[in-house]
Design a protein. Structure first.
Length: 368
């Protein structure tokens, strides 16, 4: 009963026929009987519903030529990669090696690409990037909006990318993409203790607005462009502020800021940075100097108030002198002035006028 072996192959299957460890051919649909007294016959039935044909003796099966017309067999070299679509859906990226995919049941499409061009570009890039296992074959770099990607291959500059998604083949060279922020950036330079030309030590806070003008310079000239801007701003503050005295520094900040901006601009441009503006935010004096300044300001304000008071008194006296001179030269105007004063007195108090004999009435009239 052990002399005869049987195998059944359905319409969607293939039979792999081995005799004495050697591949003997493919078996199509049907039922097969084998007389095998020495147990040298082996038949493996595989389904073609799964496009991927994986077998430990694949190389021997491919070499026999039996798969011709039944499967596509990509044999990828070290510099080659393959993109595989099955039934219109992207399946995976293949690295170097020998593969076989059944083509009778499944619609298989294989695209072989040259990985010697390390950057991978394809019309279906987004679909490929989302597939399972793609990270084993490709490095993916996403450059966000407002950024630039500076690409180096084996330490040599290749290209500067705009916003988007970029992919590079693994094991084909060392790829490094630096993501550079190209937007305007505000940098605080705080707590800088500086001595002015008149030997006053103060603390200053400044603000720098800058942007990256040359992405390649910003990553190749200095290791950290933001730190470099900060360092240059510190040096510029010490160099420029030391040439001004305290009064000029407090009263003409715009001039100081202009000198600072001019000092740092050229240096920052050497590593790809454009300084848009530099302003002094705070000037902080020591406690004793602050008290002294307050006393000076208080004395100046008191002197100004005293001067204004004296000026107003002089103006009032001058006006009174002019009025007296005018009244002295015009008796009628003098009489009208007297009547005006009498009217005010009568309006603010109770005034009784008693008219008696003629002489008294005349005197009252004369008074009025």
């Amino acid at each position: 009963m052990f002399l005869i072996k049987t195998a059944k192959v359905r319409s969607f299957e293939k039979g792999l026929y081995f005799r004495d460890g050697e591949f003997a051919g493919l078996l199509e649909k049907g039922r097969y009987w084998f007389i095998d007294p020495l147990c040298k016959v082996k038949v493996s039935v595989v389904s073609q519903r799964n496009a991927w044909f994986v077998h430990e003796d694949l190389d021997m099966i491919v070499k026999s030529g039996a798969l011709k017309g039944h499967a596509t067999v990509p044999d990828l070299k070290d510099y080659q990669r393959a993109l595989v679509w099955v039934n219109g859906r992207f399946e995976r990226v293949l690295g170097p090696g020998l593969y076989a995919l059944w083509t009778k049941v499944c619609d298989v499409k294989i695209e072989v690409v040259d990985a010697g061009d390390v950057r991978f570009n394809h019309k279906d890039l987004n679909i490929i990037a989302k597939s399972d296992g793609v990270e084993k074959a490709l490095n993916i770099s996403n450059v966000e909006q407002g950024f630039a990607g500076v690409c180096f291959l084996d330490g040599v500059y290749v290209e500067t990318f705009g916003p988007g998604q970029y992919m590079f083949w693994k094991n084909m060279g060392k790829v490094k993409v630096y993501h550079v922020d190209m937007r305007e950036t505000v940098l605080d330079v705080s707590g800088q203790e500086i001595m002015t030309s008149d030997k006053v030590t103060l603390r200053m806070n400044a603000v720098i607005t800058y942007r990256v003008a040359d992405a390649l310079k910003s990553v190749s000239v200095v290791d950290d462009s933001k730190q470099a801007v900060y360092r240059e701003a510190q040096l510029a503050l010490r160099a420029v502020i030391g040439t001004f005295d305290l009064d000029t520094l407090l009263t003409d900040k715009e001039k100081v800021a202009q000198d600072l901006e001019g000092t740092i601009k050229d240096r920052a441009a050497e590593f790809g940075i454009e300084v848009l503006a530099l302003g002094i935010r705070d000037v902080i004096l020591p406690g004793d100097m602050k008290d002294l300044m307050n006393k000076v300001i208080e004395a100046e304000k008191a002197a100004d108030a005293n001067l204004i008071m004296r000026r107003e008194e002089t103006a009032a006296m001058r006006s009174q002198a002019n009025t007296a001179k005018l009244l002295d030269n015009n008796p009628t105007l003098m009489r009208l002035r007297e009547l005006d004063i009498l009217e005010k007195v009568a309006g603010n108090a109770k005034l009784n006028v008693v008219l008696g004999e003629k002489g008294l009435a005349d005197r009252v009239v004369n008074l009025l």
